[in-house]
Design a binder for this molecule. Sequence first.
Ligand SMILES: Nc1ncnc2c1ncn2[C@@H]1O[C@H](COP(=O)(O)OP(=O)(O)O)[C@@H](O)[C@H]1O
Ligand SMILES: [Mg+2]
Length: 302
Amino acid sequence: MIRESFSGSIPTESRKSAAQEYLTNLSDAQIGDEIDRLLSVVEPKLREKWEAMIENLPLQTQVERLWELHQKRKEALVKALPENVAILQEMSHEFVETIRERVKDAKEIGRGDNGKVLADPVNKHIAYKFLLRPPIGHQNSLIEEASMQGLFHEIAKDHAELRVGVPRLEYFSIDPRLTMLAMERLDAVSVRDILDKKAAIPEGTDIDTLFDSLGEFVKELNEKHGLFHLDIRPGNVMIHKSQTTSGHPRIYLIDMGMSKHKREVRSVVVKEDGAFVQKVDKVSDHGSVQSVRKRLKQFVQE
Ligand SMILES: Nc1ncnc2c1ncn2[C@@H]1O[C@H](COP(=O)(O)OP(=O)(O)O)[C@@H](O)[C@H]1O
Ligand SMILES: [Mg+2]
């Protein structure tokens, strides 16, 4: 596979001729693989567009065109990101190999519908989230997820008195060979794991206090910032293992894989007084917070 043998990521200008030379040595099947790979790492809508753009080009030119499109997309996305979030777009071959090597035997600390989260075996403060497949449907691309997580983290920090946290984003990589985000590893248990009896509820947990704060936090997000998490459920709420230590958040909101800004929240067609009208879907993260609270309270009472 080209991925293994081409030591570098998507070529920049200076590497272009080397890449072109490299391409001429590949069989049509190998070039086909590379085209598939380059198309598989972008969201479906964009993939369709790109497919149409390269349709009638010779195979080699298709790869070159896709490399260019990837590069342009990255440049545009970097501009849209909140500040202070390191993005790795042109990773050295060595770095990719190092991370790959590191996570080979890394312990899996969580898995959701879309991603798996691994603990860095060396640095206990770092966790990596890998998407299990390219994003589908309403799911955010990795860069959108990272961008939202960066924003949510900043907002949580601005309201430190609520003691609600969002894992700090360390950096993320959208290199097609290694798409993942590196973030603060939480010393926390998910409500999902508590309900499934895989983890104990941390000692001293005051469910009402924690969920009141979480409720206030999402109101702030929705109403003041126009940001919606849209996927608040037991797997995406975590409780710090040490509830009695002050100075850190007690409850965490994680997984910004569905989060959207108000302007992107889809509108729905509803029937009103006999007529069909377009309305912004009345979403409220607050309602979801309350249902997670209810389930946890029921669980501890049983
Ligand atoms: N920063 C983190 N520190 C520790 N555990 C985490 C962290 N992020 C996620 N997890 C664990 O991994 C699980 C899956 O992560 P999540 O981001 O929700 O993935 P998905 O998008 O697949 O739902 C979570 O339910 C939680 O148990
Ligand atoms: Mg999740």
